[in-house]
Write a protein that binds this ligand. Structure first.
Ligand code: SAM
Length: 176
């Protein structure tokens, strides 16, 4: 089974400039096989951090500056299922079988404020437990469920460094 196509959008991060959370959203999306993340504002430092991770560890994960509405419109035009993660939604475990029928997704996560329109425009409003926690954790669990664990096996092309998994210690191979 190959990987399903996943893109991520962060809604409304303008309200809080939380660089660390945005960086974690980017790195988790990339590591778990997503193709791109859409952010309403992309600071140069974030673009450089993700670019450096791509150059070192491979792949071509993209950070795209754009409004969430545009990302939703593009997803609808592409036939991507829009999955908005919110603690108010229906439980992931109830929706997952239906979600897995789709081949491509736009996963929307929020910051402190999510406009009501997001709930209406999303195809699914999904809760990863009905407790408040983190967009990073909710995203990781959702991708893991959608990809059924295949994302853990993703091989990143065009790397400089590659970790050789090891039960003890650190082994890193440098591409010559
Ligand atoms: C700081 S939380 C804001 C909590 C917000 N009251 C809500 O609607 O979930 C930021 C983001 O984390 C995600 N999130 C937090 N808890 C979640 C949960 N239990 N299930 C799914 N997503 C969650 C949502 O995407 C949310 O917009």
């Amino acid at each position: 089974m190959g990987l399903k196509s996943v893109r991520v959008v962060r809604v409304g991060h303008r309200y809080v400039r939380d660089y660390r959370t945005l960086t974690h959203l980017c790195l988790v999306s990339r590591a778990l096989g997503a193709e791109a993340i859409y952010l309403e504002e992309v600071e140069k430092e974030l673009q450089e951090t993700v670019g450096e991770v791509n150059r070192t560890w491979g792949g071509d994960f993209a950070v795209v500056e754009g409004k969430w509405r545009r990302a939703f419109q593009d997803a609808k035009a592409d036939g991507r299922a829009i999955v908005h993660l919110t603690m108010y939604g229906t439980p992931l475990q109830d929706d997952v079988a239906d979600l897995r029928k789709h081949d491509s997704f736009l996963i929307a996560v929020g910051g402190p404020k999510v406009p009501g329109e997001v709930y209406r425009l999303a195809d699914y409003n999904v809760a990863v437990t009905s407790q408040p926690h983190s967009e990073v954790a909710a995203l990781a669990i959702t991708i893991h469920e959608l990809q059924e664990g295949e994302e853990l096996k993703k091989v990143f092309g065009d790397y400089k460094l590659r970790i050789v998994p090891s039960a003890k210690g650190k082994r890193v191979e440098q591409k010559t």
